[in-house]
Write a protein that binds this ligand. Structure first.
Ligand code: SF4
Length: 222
């Protein structure tokens, strides 16, 4: 069994609730979306076996968790399931970074995952379709483990989409941390004002809302 893997490396998590945590990143190649703001449009990968990926992961020491990221890692579900199962048996903490659309595939590996960093992809941010239905189904599965939701806010992001995100999170009885992440490529006064407004609105309805930029970009890390 092989997977299309872009890279395996150790660095520091730059986004979300676990910003600053040391991780080994396994970056899967390929995605089912094509977000306008995507900063991981890759054109390189290797077809690696499970043993080859494991060898690279175990060449690193002393880290918080293994981040299975992409692209969209859930696209290569058979390989991902085997990898996550093995890592779990070895006592590793599994952190899954995902666009939050492939809920059936998530169901197949949820027992091996510890933390899920899930995106909300709003149409006004991504210039893609509407995934609110998929996000809802995804959250139903993800809530079996630790999960937080991140939304990238662009100049184009509408208040109507932000409201839908807040309503969706509010429809669950469990509290889910909501991370408002400014698009690093568009930071200016206009975006800052929007972020402040969205933060204040979300905080009226959700108990844990945070603004968090991309630490790895600010620090020029990988
Ligand atoms: S889901 Fe993530 S990897 Fe896929 S296109 Fe969007 S930003 Fe890029």
């Amino acid at each position: 069994m092989r997977a299309r893997i872009a890279e395996v490396f150790k660095s520091v998590q730059g986004e979300g609730v676990y910003r600053g945590a040391s991780q080994v990143f396994v970056r899967f190649f390929g995605c089912n979306l094509n977000c306008a703001f995507c900063d991981t449009k890759l054109n390189f990968y290797q077809n690696l076996t499970l043993d080859e990926v494991l060898e690279k992961i175990f060449s690193y020491k002393d880290y918080h968790s293994v981040s299975l990221t992409g692209g969209e890692p859930l696209l290569q579900i058979d390989f991902l399931k085997n990898l996550a199962k093995y890592l779990k048996e070895e006592g590793k903490t599994i952190y899954l970074e995902t666009n939050g659309t492939l809920y059936n595939n998530l169901s197949e590996i949820i027992e091996y995952v510890d933390i899920i960093a899930m995106d909300f992809k709003s149409p006004s941010s991504t210039s893609q379709g509407d995934f609110w239905g998929e996000h809802k189904e995804f959250l139903k599965v993800a809530l079996r483990k630790k999960v937080f939701v991140k939304a990238v806010i662009c100049r184009s992001t509408t208040f109507s989409d932000l409201k839908k995100a807040v309503e969706l999170l509010n429809s669950f009885k469990e509290q889910v941390s909501f991370i408002i992440q400014p698009n690093s490529f568009e930071i200016d006064e206009e975006l800052n004002d929007k972020i402040e407004y969205f933060f204040s609105f979300s905080g009226k309805y959700l108990s844990d809302v945070r603004i968090a930029g991309q630490l790895h970009k600010a620090m020029s890390w990988r």
